[in-house]
Design a protein around this ligand. Structure first.
Ligand code: SF4
Length: 475
């Protein structure tokens, strides 16, 4: 698919694609990959909204409740545009497409192409199929037989054997931070999580392909690279044909070294880590490779062993705290964030208090907190002792109150210090205000009339609140 346009191609009017991406950063990276495929097939991104498009692509997310309802409601709006513009195609991709499959087309026949996340490389072929047959084209499911040579196994894919590395940004402009999917799927089956059903089993991309993609992004202005996967710590185990991470940290440590050694890359981040697969060599890499910064997101989900066992997280509180110690021994003061679920089926007051104790023990820089909600097909939906909504609400409020206090204390502790801030963009609402991130992943706002995009500059922190710090450039 990595085809350079010829002069003849340039004379042909390019078709317009409008892309709407919902959900996580992995979906952003998938949208960029699909845009790259489309660009090689004579499409270009339009910034003029869905009305200007020949193809509308909805890349959907299934993580929140009523995901299908939201997609159907958006499709209803887009159908009004389609009724006035014959020839307009609508493609639905992402996790809702995978979870609902053909059922979604029965509910919304205006869908021309439906693709699950494991089949996005087939987008051009499916558009062609739709054109020729006049019938909605569908590809869901996952290829199990990808081998160590990077064969994605798409049976009738129109893509070439060359890995696709020229990935444009979804905004259509150079971006300071870019996202790269390194591993698809998850083998863990935590009892609350729908990901293994919507994204399939783990399939890693080869290191040379990832490195080339990052090099291209850097040539387009990227400075910060975020490596993505549902479980990045188990990256490459499928390529090695083993289930556990080797004692030296394995392929993920190797990949991090390769990416952070690339010239032009200023910062490397990764998400999401599973504590079960988190190794000491990975923690130690933070001290030997400063481009990894002083921040990590390490989701624990709960602070009591009984809850963790029912969640099937394969880690105890003690083991989680051991990983925190590895990190803080390697980089004193490293900022750590996490995900927490309250009201998981059967969660007692004592178990919930364990989560509060964990927050106090770790002093997370921030958390993503959720009330448990059942996801169709997951094991926890069948657990008997579901927690009433009012108890979930109360626990969530208590959790957030405690964390907000810690977040503010940690942020204010930065006041008076000088931080090296990577500036990412300027605020649209407040002209002259630049937004950047410290190595600890804290947001910093700075007034400047200069163009700071992509620059890492020393900033004196003058104040702030729990969401952002305010600073001045140090001259
Ligand atoms: S490790 Fe993460 S993605 Fe995988 S099942 Fe558990 S929560 Fe879901």
């Amino acid at each position: 698919m990595n085809v350079e346009p010829t002069k003849a191609d340039n004379l042909v009017l390019r078709r317009k694609v409008h892309i709407e991406t919902w959900g996580c950063q992995m979906n952003v990276a998938d949208s960029e990959r699909m845009l790259s495929l489309l660009e090689a097939n004579n499409y270009e991104l339009t910034a003029s909204g869905p009305e200007a498009a020949d193809l509308i692509l909805l890349n959907t997310c299934h993580i929140r409740e009523k995901a299908r309802h939201k997609v159907l409601s958006r499709l209803g709006v887009l159908d009004r545009i389609k009724s006035k513009k014959p020839g307009l195609k609508i493609a639905v991709t992402g996790c809702v497409a995978q979870a609902d499959g053909k059922k979604l087309i029965e509910l919304a026949p205006q869908i021309d192409v439906l693709i699950g996340p494991g089949k996005i490389d087939e987008l051009p072929r499916l558009l062609e199929e739709r054109e020729q047959t006049g019938v909605s084209a569908v590809a869901t499911g996952f290829d199990r037989h990808k081998d160590e040579h990077g064969d994605r196994g798409a049976e009738h894919s129109t893509i070439s054997d060359e890995p696709m590395i020229h990935i444009p940004s979804i905004s259509g402009k150079p971006e300071v931070n870019r996202f790269v999917n390194i591993i698809q799927g998850c083998n863990n089956f935590c009892t609350f999580c729908v990901v293994p059903f919507t994204r399939g089993r783990e399939i890693s991309r080869p290191i040379p392909e990832i490195v080339k993609e990052v090099e291209y992004m850097v040539s387009q202005g990227a400075k910060e690279i975020t490596l993505l996967g549902q479980n990045v710590n188990s990256y490459g185990l499928d390529l090695l044909g083993r289930d556990d991470v080797p004692a030296d940290g394995g392929p993920f440590v190797e990949l991090l070294k390769a990416v952070s050694d690339l010239p032009g890359v200023d910062r490397v981040r990764f998400t999401t880590s599973n504590p079960h697969d988190f190794t000491k060599p990975l923690a130690e890499l933070f001290s030997s490779h400063p481009k990894l910064g002083r921040y990590i997101h390490l989701p624990v989900q709960a602070g009591h062993d009984r809850t963790l066992e029912r969640m099937k997280r394969k880690v105890t509180v003690e083991e989680y705290m051991q990983r925190i110690k590895w990190l803080r021994d390697a980089v004193p003061g490293i900022a750590i964030s996490t995900d927490l679920i309250v009201g998981f089926p059967g969660e007692t007051e004592e178990e919930f208090e364990g989560t509060l104790r964990l927050i106090e023990a770790v002093r997370f820089s921030f958390i993503y907190s959720f009330k448990y909600s059942p996801r169709k097909g997951t094991a926890a939906t069948r657990f008997l002792d579901q927690i009433p909504e009012d108890i979930k609400e109360r626990r969530l409020a208590a959790l957030n109150q405690l964390q907000d206090k810690i977040t503010l204390e940690l942020a204010l502790a930065d006041v008076g210090s000088v931080k090296h801030v990577l500036f990412v963009f300027n605020s649209k609402k407040e002209p002259g205000v630049w937004i950047g991130k410290t190595p600890e992943f804290r947001v910093v706002r700075v007034h400047s009339s200069a163009d700071l995009a992509g620059k890492t500059l020393p900033v004196k922190i003058m104040g702030g609140n729990k969401t952002a710090l305010v600073g001045e450039l140090v001259h």
